[in-house]
Design a protein around this ligand. Structure first.
Ligand SMILES: Nc1ncnc2c1ncn2[C@@H]1O[C@H](COP(=O)(O)OP(=O)(O)OP(=O)(O)O)[C@@H](O)[C@H]1O
Ligand SMILES: [Mg+2]
Ligand SMILES: [Zn+2]
Length: 270
């Protein structure tokens, strides 16, 4: 094999790096030795924890050649691991794994419309805008919002999934306790939340809780996804302080699905 340090440097700067045999301090380096070191480090394998990474063999880093040195860099699987950790912490359920844009049937105009708006929300995600999906039972409100939430989380954002009745159940114990205040504060201040079945079976005291969360997120300009069996206009009639804030933040990302049994995906093909 030709000795690498004897390769004549070319004046063609585009290919200069291929022929360089000295680092930034002018020291000669041995490409073969460095390659052997990379090979040794990169081939070492650990047993997989959450999933098996074919790139780094579960070390979560890889050794690369750069500027005359072997350097260690985080493997791209770290992004995936972070996302998985985020998804595990998010409260998203196992069944939601199939709630993806790819699994969305857009065979009817209202379904096409839901997908278009949700994808637009994801593409234009700025951490501030809200999306509201209200109306018809079984029309895919949870599916489309979960898909949206997961899509945003895949890009490294953290998010939380909560059903309205879970929020209420947790607070009903003692609404004035420190624990309850802390919980409301978390719901009002986390970066991204999806509240499902908003105001389902609500009582008057629920409206007070809902207002504190909605106002907190509205004032802090924090991204919020909401779905409800109610139309936004109905929420507005129940409590205009809540409704008007959702309206103001959701704008073009507001979807009201007119109630119609024909739209119930669960009954399709029965
Ligand atoms: N367009 C669609 N493409 C594929 N699956 C769908 C679609 N719409 C709904 N589904 C499926 O139908 C079931 C019911 O949908 P989902 O739970 O999202 O409806 P929903 O509007 O939230 O219902 P509810 O009013 O009871 O909360 C889910 O399993 C969901 O994956
Ligand atoms: Mg639902
Ligand atoms: Zn890896």
């Amino acid at each position: 094999m030709q000795h690498l340090s004897k390769i004549i440097k070319t004046a063609d700067s585009e290919h200069l790096s291929e022929y360089q045999t000295t680092n930034q301090f002018g020291q000669e380096y041995d490409l073969e030795l460095l390659a052997a070191e990379r090979n040794r480090v990169n081939s070492a394998a650990y047993s997989p924890k959450s999933f098996d990474c074919p790139i780094c063999h579960n070390k979560n880093y890889i050794m690369k050649f750069e500027g005359g040195y072997n350097i260690v860099e985080a493997c791209e699987c770290m992004n995936q691991i972070m996302t998985n950790t985020n998804i595990n912490r998010s409260g998203l359920l196992e069944v939601f794994k199939k709630y993806k844009f790819e699994n969305w049937k857009d065979d009817k105009p209202f379904r096409k419309n839901m997908l278009t708006i949700a994808k637009k929300y994801v593409n234009e995600f700025d951490g501030n805008s809200w999306m509201f999906v209200g109306g018809s039972v079984g029309s895919g409100k949870t599916h489309i919002n979960v898909a949206t939430l997961q899509e945003i989380m895949m890009h490294g954002n953290q998010g939380i999934y909560k059903r309205w009745h879970e929020i209420v159940a947790e607070l009903k114990q003692d609404i004035n306790s420190n624990k309850s205040n802390q919980f409301i504060y978390e719901l009002a201040t986390c970066n991204l939340i999806y509240i499902d079945d908003f105001l389902k079976n609500y009582s008057k005291s629920d409206l007070g809780i809902a207002f504190r969360i909605i106002q907190g997120r509205h004032d802090r300009n924090l991204a919020t996804l909401i779905s409800s069996e109610f139309y936004l206009s109905e929420i507005d009639e129940m409590d205009s302080a809540i409704g008007s804030r959702i309206k103001e933040k959701s704008k073009e990302f507001t979807i009201n699905i007119v109630r119609d049994e024909e739209k119930n995906f669960r009954l399709e093909g029965l």
